[in-house]
Design a protein around this ligand. Sequence first.
Ligand code: 0RA
Length: 684
Amino acid sequence: MKKKALYQADSIKVLKGLEAVRKRPGMYIGDTDDGTGLHHMIYEVIDNSIDEALAGYCKNIDVRLNSDETVTIRDDGRGIPVDMHKGEKKSAAEVIMTQLHAGGKFDHDSYKVSGGLHGVGVSVVNALSEKLKLEINRDGKKYFIEFINGTAKAALKTIGKSKETGTEITFLPSKEIFSSIKFNANTIIKRIRELAFLNKGIKITFNDLNNKKEKELVFKYDGGILEYVEFLNEKKEKLKNKNGNDLFKKAVYVEGKKESIEIECSLKWNAGYIEDLFAYTNNINQKDGGTHVLGFRSALTRVINKYANEHNLLKKNKLAITGDDIKEGLSCVLSIKIPDPKFSSQTKDKLVSSEVRTIVETVINEKLSIWFDQNPSIARIILTKIIQAALARDVARKARENVRRKGALELSGLPGKLADCQIGKQEGTELFIVEGDSAGGSAKQGRNRSNQAVLPLRGKILNTYVEELNIKQNGNKLTDHRTKALSKMISSNEIVTLINALGLDPKSQEIDLKDLRYGKIIIMTDADVDGSHIRALLLTFFNNKPFNKLIEHGYVYLAQPPLFKINKGSKSIYIKDEKDLENFILQNSKDTKKLKKGSKDFQKFIDKEKSQMSIQRFKGLGEMNPDELWNTTLDPETRNLLQVQYSKDLKKDQSLIHTLMGNDVALRKDFITSNAINVKNLDI
Ligand code: 0RA
C-alpha cells in the first residue's frame, strides 16, 4: 500500500473507533444515565495523570469544576507527546486523543497500572465530549489543540513559551450522550481522596467554582494506605494498651514486590467486631475481593496462629483460631499493582488472576511475621482480642449445637423419639435404647423420669459392620476403614438419632466422654431372636470407632427383661430365661427325684410341671405393663444389668463379630451349625 492509501485507511479506522464509542458509550465509560459514566470521564483523565505520577514524573494533580459546566484536570507530568507522528501527518497528541488505545504507542518504558475503570484511555473522554481543550507544556513551549465531538478543529499549535511541563485537559461532556452533565462534588472528592491514599505522596487538589463557599481541598498522604487505615478507624473505638492509650501508635504497614507485582498492606484492629477490608488492584476497588484477598487472609491466619503457638497462647484453651476470629474489629487496606490483571467481569469487582494468591500470601506472611516479632507488646493485646473471639465463637457453637440437637430430637419425624430425663448431667442418668414403639411406650411410662431416658428405635437398625481391609495391601487401612464405617453409620437416620441422643457428634473422629449425656447406656431388647438380632446390631455399632470408647469405659449395658411370668396365687414371679425356668421348677417341685439333665425323663418331668403352672411367656417388652417393666427391668434395686465388656482376647472378640456380622455367609453358617447343638428353644 502507498503512504496515502495507508493514511486514509487509518483515518477511516479512527473515525470508526470513535463512532463505536459514541454508539455504545456505556460499554466504554459506564452507565450514561445514572451518573457513573459521567464521573468516569473525570476519573479516566485523572488516571492518566496518576500513571504519569507512578512513572515518577508527576507530583501534583488539580481537578476543577468550572462554572460553565466544564471540568479541568491538570498535572505536572511530562506532558502528552507533541512530536509529529510519522506517516500520519498528525501530532502524537492528536493521535492519542483520537485513537482508541493509542496511549501505549508513545510510551514503551512503563506499564500502565491505573488505566481507568475500563482502561480505555483519554480518547474515549474526547469522543464523548462536546468540546475538549488540551494544553501541553513541554520542551519549553506551550501547545494547544481543541476538539469538537472528538474531531480536531485544527492541528496542534504552539501558543507560547513555558518553563513547566504537564498536561491540562478541559472538557464539556456531551449532552447528547449523557442524560445529565451535572457533576456531584462529593462523589469526585471521595474518589480523589481514595486515589491520594492509594498513591502516597501525590498531591491532588479539588476546586468547585460552582460552590463559592467551599475553599480548595488538598489531598496528600505521605503515609499512603497507612493513613487510609487511620482514616477508616477515626470514628471507631480504639483498642487500648495497658495505659489506656490507643494500642497502635501507627497502623501496621507492610509492602513488598515479587514477580512484577507490587503489594502494599496496612491494618489495625479496633475494639469493635466489624471488619472493614478494602482491596484494590491498580487503584480500582474490588468489592467482591478475589485472589489478592484470599492470599492476604491465609497469610494473616497463618501468622496469627504461628505467633499464638510459638508463645503458647492456645494450649490451655484447646482452641484453633480461625479467619473469623481474626476479622473482628479489623480495618485493612490491601493494594496491589500488577501489569495485566484479570477480573471476573467488566466492572472489575473481583480479581481472578490466579498467580496473585500465592505471591500476596508469601509477601504478607514474611513481612507480617517480622512485624509481629518486632512488636511483642502490641501483638499480645491483638492476640488476646482474637483468642477472646475464638472462645466466644466456641461457646456460641456449643450452644447452637445443643439447641439444634434438642430441636432435631423434639421436632423431627425421625424414627427414634427420645423421651429425655429431667436431670441434665451424666452422673446417675441412664438411656434405655428400646426396640419398637410399644415397648418404648411401656418404658416411657414405667421409668423414673428424673434420671431415666428412653429412646425407642423402630425395628432393625442398619448393620454398621465394615469389613476389615487387607493390612498388607493397603497402608491407609485404618483411616479407610474408619471413614467407611463412619459414613455407613451417618447414612442411617436411626443411628444419627442415637448418636445425637448420646450427646455426641456423628461426624467426630474422637469422643470426649464429657460430652456424653448419660452415665449408662442400656440396650433393652426383647428376649426373642429379633431382639437378639437388634442387640447384635446395636453392639456392632458400639464396636465401631470411635464409639467403642463407650464400651471400653464401661458405659454400655444390656437390660435383662424376663421371658416368663409365673402366677402363684396373688403373687407374680418373673423368670429370665429357659434355664432359670428349669431351675425354678426343680426347686419348687415336691418331687425331689434326681433326674439327669437333658435326658428324656427329665424333659418329660419339666413339661409336666410346666403344664400344671400358670406360666406366661412374654413375646416382647410391649406385653409387659409399665409397672411390670419397672419392677423387673428398670428398677435399679431389683434389675439385673449386664455390662458389655471386651474379653482379654480382643482379636477373638473381633473375629466373632466378623463371623456374625460380616459378609462371609459360609463362615456364619458353619458357626451356626456347629453351635446349634446348644440351642434348645428356637422361637420363630
Ligand atoms: C503518552 C505518552 C506519554 C505520556 C502521556 C501519554 C500522558 C498522557 C496524559 C494524560 C493526562 N496527563 C498525561 N500525561 C502524560 C509519555 C511521554 C514521554 O515519554 O515523554
